[in-house]
Design a binder for this molecule. Structure first.
Ligand SMILES: Nc1ncnc2c1ncn2[C@@H]1O[C@H](COP(=O)(O)OP(=O)(O)O)[C@@H](O)[C@H]1O
Ligand SMILES: [Mg+2]
Length: 441
């Protein structure tokens, strides 16, 4: 297969070089919001790089910037030495949502990738059929997306990307919408195509939220930190492919990534121990329900964990996805109930006293931890204390959150704040009127 790639004799040998990439999204009635902060990144020839990070850490935005689909606010991306200003030929992308056209057949969807390139009709057809074969959809050319299973639809997504003989593949959680077995099969097939060099692709950037999946296929893992999105850590993986998921070396890397993803760090951690009224506020809160938090604390205190658990093991035994556990572990750390280190989560003294307490005492401990550690809740409580009538519309607090978060995230955080605050009886909430108050909290 031929590769469509511009050549530039002066380039630095990297497939992709991103330098000082920052991205600020302008929101309708708010100031700009920084979602990527000075990202430096390279993709070398022959590499698969996985990007992991919490939801909202800017992974998709970064991929779109690399693809030339979104301009960065600052910084430059070069592809084989050429600046990327618009969707570059030679770079193809696969999305989690498949993004197929329902009114087109499999063949039509795959051909579409070539239409934009001005490939003549007959050649389009031949190449599309070849890509469909390659990806294992032989015989389904005239089927419509709705007639296919999720796994087959995503195969169409891959065929559409591969039909252009991409030099670089950008994959944005391509397996996340699939069930575990389907995801595993498709992932294995894609990895085989790559390892057996049946595709001309020279480099892959791959966003995932599944740690084991990333450790399975990546040569290098980049961990994104949040608020704003930045590169928090980088892990080189030198294990040969067809990796054994149970080997100590594999588990060690999984533990390491788990720790990086679940550790509350930097600004957030630095503030713990300082007084609520002086701390700068953390606006993004993990949306963990009280029920889940209490459940996990209880599980952690008793056999077989007795206060300390290996994170991947805990996820397995409690049937939690990585994403769920990351959210819960972050919440427990913010609240001062647990600490994460070395791939383990460990309950703190306060966490244990909470788990051991009766319901009333639990609420008191929770209230103390909220006032001490969650600045935004301490702030709400202060506003309510000071207001005549001790009540305030939720819209006021939502507005404050929206200055720092997207509308959707602000809504989610307010919901968490209200749930946590009500449980702790720090304030009451009237659903019908949307009012927070100190009335019989
Ligand atoms: N088009 C957009 N306009 C405004 N904000 C956006 C837009 N796209 C994403 N965001 C915000 O930017 C942040 C990063 O989003 P995203 O790149 O999708 O993160 P991830 O893929 O890591 O979950 C999020 O807070 C999201 O709400
Ligand atoms: Mg994303």
């Amino acid at each position: 297969m031929d590769t469509i790639a511009p050549s530039n004799p002066n380039h630095d040998g990297n497939l992709i070089t991103a330098e000082g990439i920052s991205k600020t999204y302008q929101q309708p009635d708010h100031a700009g919001r920084l979602v990527l902060d000075h990202i430096d990144f390279t993709l070398k020839e022959g590499e698969i790089v996985a990007i992991l990070g919490k939801s909202g850490s800017g992974k998709s935005t970064f991929l779109r910037v690399v693809a030339g689909l979104t301009p960065p606010t600052e910084g430059t991306v070069t592809y084989r030495g050429q600046p990327v200003y618009r969707p570059a030929q030679g770079i193809a992308m696969v999305f989690q949502s498949f993004a197929l056209f329902p009114w087109l057949t499999v063949l039509g969807n795959v051909e579409l990738g070539l239409e934009a390139l001005g490939v003549p009709r007959e050649e389009r057809r031949q190449r599309a059929i070849a890509a469909i074969d390659l990806i294992g959809l032989d015989g389904f050319e005239s089927a419509y997306p709705k007639e296919l299973s999720g796994g087959m639809r995503q195969r169409v997504g891959f065929a559409r990307a591969l039909v252009v003989n991409p030099d670089i593949l950008l994959l944005d959680e391509p397996f996340s919408a699939l069930d575990v077995l389907t995801a595993e099969t498709l992932r294995g097939d894609i990895l085989d195509l790559w390892l057996e060099r049946r595709v001309p692709t020279k480099g892959i950037i791959f966003v995932s939220h599944n740690i084991e999946e990333a450790v399975d296929i990546a040569d290098r893992i980049i961990v994104f930190g949040s608020d704003p999105g930045c590169i928090q850590a980088e892990i080189q993986i030198s294990l040969p492919h067809q990796r054994d998921w149970t080997s100590p070396a594999f588990r060690r890397i999984v533990d390491e990534v788990y720790t990086l993803l679940t550790t509350v760090r930097g600004r957030e951690a630095g503030r713990r121990g300082s007084r609520a009224d002086t701390l700068s506020l953390q606006y993004r809160l993990p949306d963990a329900s009280i029920q889940q938090l209490v459940g996990l604390l209880e599980v952690l205190t008793v056999d077989p964990f007795n206060g300390r658990a290996d994170l991947p093991h805990l996820a397995d035994s409690e049937h939690l996805t990585t994403d769920d556990l990351v959210v819960l572990a972050e919440a427990l750390q913010l609240l001062g109930f647990a600490q994460v280190g070395g791939g383990d989560i460990e309950i703190t003294v306060v966490g244990r006293s909470f788990a051991d307490a009766d319901m009333l005492r639990r609420k008191q401990i929770f209230a103390e931890q909220l006032m001490r550690n969650i600045g935004f809740i301490a702030h709400i409580r202060r506003v309510l204390d000071e207001r005549p009538g001790h009540a305030a519309p939720e819209a006021r607090f939502l507005g404050e959150l929206e200055d720092h978060l997207s509308e959707e995230e602000a809504g989610r955080v307010l919901e968490t704040v209200i749930n946590w605050g009500r449980y702790a009886e720090l304030f009451a909430y009237d659903y019908d009127r949307g009012v927070l108050s100190l009335e019989n909290p």
